[in-house]
Design a protein around this ligand. Structure first.
Ligand SMILES: [Zn+2]
Ligand SMILES: [Zn+2]
Length: 327
């Protein structure tokens, strides 16, 4: 917790393109970006920031720093269904009466809003099956309670943001590319003449991997395919979901690939001469770094890697009340 209250900030990054830096309550991830791109008498808002106390005021503050007003939003487009990217969407579209475009795989988010207990129950079931001992699990469930979703309410997009959909702006059309992996609903938007990429959380300036496990067959494999697709676009400048813009897009793609390969290698090594549970893999790979705060995150990433290694035929899942893995 910082004592200084973070505020929304806005800056022009290119003529007609504005970065809106919005505060987040998460340790290690202090803000996210929304992007405003001029369109006719208003602008298209790409992503919205999370819903929390003062979040709308922070968005309006960031817009005001760019001489923009919330009333000028003509369309809201969300890169994916995570609270920091679509949390305020419902508020904004209701306030200004514009449309919301988003990928159809966003229902997971609605489930989280409508029935967070069921999502938590499912999480615990996966953890138990992965060999997490009962005691820390009970503690996790009790302390976590019903998590705050960061979403103002269920989302009902007016248009499905699938491959090939275009978003018109003063800088030209932006084309939607489906880029699952980080989240099954993830979409990047590419402006081909200027080679600009709104990359959401698919590509970030500071490489950090996250795969939403449990909602698609092989999130890590999907992420690697999405990297390949985006590499083919040959973007010149990335407008990412967190942090500053960056130009060395190719190097970032390579960096992501290298890190995935390194993690896969670490998981494979843990299986050497062993038939561990996923949780044992987590303790073998991450050892002292494992804490109650990051256990869920590390376990779901590890399950993602194991599932990918299974998909490419390098490991076998041994079914049982507790699942084990063999190389
Ligand atoms: Zn995300
Ligand atoms: Zn994000």
């Amino acid at each position: 917790m910082t004592s200084r209250k973070e505020l929304g900030r806005g800056e022009r990054v290119l003529p007609g393109v504005y970065r809106l830096r919005l505060p987040l309550p998460w340790p290690g991830v202090p803000h996210c970006n929304a992007w405003a791109v001029k369109a006719g008498d208003g602008f298209v808002l790409f992503d919205t920031g999370m819903h929390q106390q003062d979040s709308l005021a922070n968005l309006e503050r960031a817009l005001a720093m760019c001489n923009l007003r919330l009333e000028e939003v003509r369309l809201v487009v969300c890169t994916h269904a995570h609270s920091d990217h679509c949390g305020q969407a419902a508020t904004i579209v209701e306030k200004v009466g514009c449309e919301l475009w988003m990928h159809p795989s966003h229902e997971l988010m609605n489930r989280m809003v409508e029935d967070p207990d069921a999502v938590l129950a499912r999480r615990l079931e996966v953890a138990r099956q992965s060999g997490v001992p009962e005691e820390p699990l009970r503690r996790y469930a009790a302390e976590r309670g019903t998590p705050e979703s960061g979403i103002v309410g269920p989302i009902a997009p007016d248009r499905e943001l699938v491959a090939g959909v275009t978003v018109a702006t003063d800088l030209g059309d932006w084309v939607a590319y489906e880029t699952p992996g980080h989240s099954p609903s993830h979409v990047c938007l590419f402006q081909p003449e200027r080679r600009l990429l709104i990359s959401g959380d698919h590509l970030l300036g500071r490489i950090s991997l996250y795969f939403e496990f449990g909602y698609s067959p092989d999130p890590v494999g999907e992420f690697l395919s999405s990297l390949e697709l985006v590499e083919g676009l040959d973007a010149r400048l990335c407008l990412a979901g967190h942090g500053r813009t960056f130009t060395d897009v190719h190097a970032h793609i390579e960096g992501n690939r290298d890190l995935v390969a390194k993690h896969l290698d670490g998981v494979l090594k843990a299986l050497d001469g062993n038939q561990p549970t996923a949780f044992e893999v987590v303790t073998l790979v991450h050892g002292d770094a494992l804490s109650e705060q990051n256990a869920h995150w590390l376990l779901s990433q590890t399950l993602g890697y194991l599932t990918h290694l299974e998909a490419i035929g390098k490991v076998t899942r041994i079914d049982g009340e507790t699942e084990r893995w063999a190389a």
